[in-house]
Design a protein around this ligand. Structure first.
Ligand SMILES: [Zn+2]
Length: 422
């Protein structure tokens, strides 16, 4: 019996982790951590069954955001050394993502979930898009999902069942080819991060450009806390092409390094506008910085720095530096986990922050229209397992899909879904 075990990332956002297996073979899909901090605990990990976990044949990783990969080194720590397949662009990101999480936990004074040696000994195997990997009765093909460079959706054939595991996906990227879903499917494990919301990316672009222009025109600076890969480069592409006001854009070195990396083999990496990326790398307005002391104290600037949550890295210090002046702005563009510095700043719970603090949702997941469009292209009557979204929003999405005749479900953590009769 083919079953999907929902170990994390259902009825919640964070710690995505799914086991797929028929008793003979088992594969793990993603293995993330949920970035939450309390006085006693850092992070929430998948609720796995260790007996089953030790039986996995391989792990398939959709991308290297910590909510998808941050718990992988726990497997190494447990002595599980089965291959981890992921796109070649994602391979170097896994180490960075896991070590950043480790550092964040450590800096908050919490017990580390694993050591650096467990991160460095992850058995990562690079995969290209379009390549099929066979594990017992299962065949998996990686396809570009449009979320971040190298991010993949998995096309899985298990016996006569076809399962689509979307991973995080998006049709709105400025530089990555969008995913193409088609054909008959028996089950779709769907990223429904925005629930049933309709998000117009164009209006987000306008709002962001307006907010930056307003601050800079008054002599203030803007801090954009961003992840190292993906949204940071998207925003950079937007700013370099559409920001009319003349202001230096300071970009933390790893963000630019990531951008240059995409130029090495754009086609193989699913990058759709290499010429535009080359222009950004040569643009005089764009200034690379390694330490925040590289950014002049005086004069207006737009700063793209990591991490996106403000919990560690340059952002953490820059929030304090820029936050003290009401002329400045801090603009968040993504999800903020509760208890992170970014979350606290946005809620006005950090003393001494006078800067204007706002948040826009930069679209990196599918909205209602994308999901509707995607499911229209898929034939058969698949079970649609809604993931990557809090219970309430997931229920709303499921309700709307059911009204259209879709067999949508929102599992709870630990739920096991029988796919053999799907
Ligand atoms: Zn992601």
């Amino acid at each position: 019996m083919l079953k999907l075990y929902c170990w994390g990332g259902v009825s919640e956002q964070g710690r995505s982790c799914f086991l797929l297996g028929d008793g003979n073979g088992f594969i793990l899909m993603d293995c993330g951590v949920k970035r939450t901090f309390t006085a006693f605990k850092a992070g929430e990990y998948p609720q796995w069954d260790v007996n089953l976990l030790t039986r996995i044949d391989a792990t398939f990783l959709s991308h290297a955001h910590e909510d998808h990969c941050g718990a992988l080194p726990v497997l190494t720590k447990l002595g599980i050394q089965r291959p981890i397949y992921t796109h070649h662009l994602v391979v170097p990101e896994v180490t960075k993502s896991c070590s950043a999480w480790l550092q964040a936990v450590d800096s908050m004074g919490h017990k580390k979930p694993y050591e650096m040696e467990h991160v460095l000994s992850l058995p990562l195997h690079p995969v290209d898009f379009g390549v099929k990997i066979k594990i017992k009765d299962c065949e998996i093909c990686f396809n570009p999902s449009g979320h971040v460079p190298g991010s993949a959706w998995f096309d899985i054939m298990w016996g006569d069942k076809r399962i689509i595991y979307t991973g995080d996906w998006s049709t709105s990227s400025l530089f990555i080819s969008p995913p193409e879903f088609s054909g008959h499917a028996d089950a779709v494990v769907l990223d429904g991060a925005y629930g049933a919301a309709v998000i117009r990316q164009d209006s987000i672009y306008e709002q962001l450009l307006e907010a930056i222009t307003a601050t800079v025109s008054k002599g203030g600076s803007v801090l954009l806390p961003v992840p190292r890969i993906g949204r940071s480069q998207e925003i950079l592409i937007l700013l370099s092409s559409a920001l009319k006001v003349n202001v230096p854009i300071y970009v933390e070195a790893p963000i630019l390094a990531g951008l240059r990396g995409f130029l090495r083999d754009p086609e193989r990496s699913g990058i759709k506008c290499p010429a535009q990326i080359t222009n950004i790398c040569d643009n005089e307005k764009i200034k690379e910085f390694c330490r925040i002391s590289d950014i002049p104290q005086k004069g207006e600037a737009v700063i793209l720095a990591t991490d996106a949550m403000g919990s560690s890295g340059a952002t953490k210090e820059l929030i304090d530096r820029l936050g003290i002046s009401e002329n400045n702005s801090i603009i968040f563009t993504g999800f903020l986990y509760e208890g992170t510095k970014g979350d606290q700043v946005l809620k006005g719970a950090v003393d001494g922050i006078k800067a204007r603090v706002t948040r826009f949702t930069w679209k990196v997941h599918p909205d209602w229209k994308d999901i509707e469009d995607m499911l229209r292209k898929i034939k058969g009557d698949p079970i649609v397992v809604i993931t990557h979204v809090a219970r309430e929003k997931g229920d709303e999405l499921a309700h709307m899909l059911r009204q259209k005749g879709v067999r949508a479900i929102v599992p709870r953590i630990g739920e096991i879904i029988d796919l053999s009769s799907a």
